[in-house]
Design a protein around this ligand. Sequence first.
Ligand code: COA
Length: 138
Amino acid sequence: MITLRTARPGDLDAVLAFWQVAAENDNRPADSATAPENLLARDPEALVLALDDDTVVGSVIAGFDGWRYHLYRLSVAPGHRRQGIATALLEHAENRFRALGATRSDAMVLDENVTAQSAWWARGYRVQEDWSRWIKPL
Ligand SMILES: CC(C)(COP(=O)(O)OP(=O)(O)OC[C@H]1O[C@@H](n2cnc3c(N)ncnc32)[C@H](O)[C@@H]1OP(=O)(O)O)[C@@H](O)C(=O)NCCC(=O)NCCS
């Protein structure tokens, strides 16, 4: 049975291994072990997991920085896709955001990630054509 819950510090090694096989890893910095630790220390409710018994099969980061409501690392294990797990994770994340006062949530999606675009579209997300992401390495 699939259950959802927020991640605990003891989950993080499994989450990092899960992201290696399940997440979108192109065109982004590699995950570091400290990044999810820092996330949980700052916001213990932000990392939401889907579990099949005790195995991590899905994740989303529902990040609120005090201003905007961002979704990151939406991913589902290859053997568990098309079963509604991403839908359930996004519903959980959006409910969290609403409880925090959000009127809008957003996600970054690679232009070539057609599968992900289908999932975001199905959940009601649309491309904002008149904005681009600007970055600077620090
Ligand atoms: C994108 C991803 C998270 C979707 O997870 P999922 O649990 O399979 O998604 P769901 O089962 O909740 O699908 C919801 C809807 O999204 C759409 N969708 C999902 N996968 C799709 C696919 N491969 N092709 C077409 N539509 C798809 C469908 O409309 C689907 O509804 P349906 O199954 O009733 O037709 C998963 O494919 C994944 O982990 N991909 C690799 C990581 C990734 O790219 N993450 C997104 C980064 S922005």
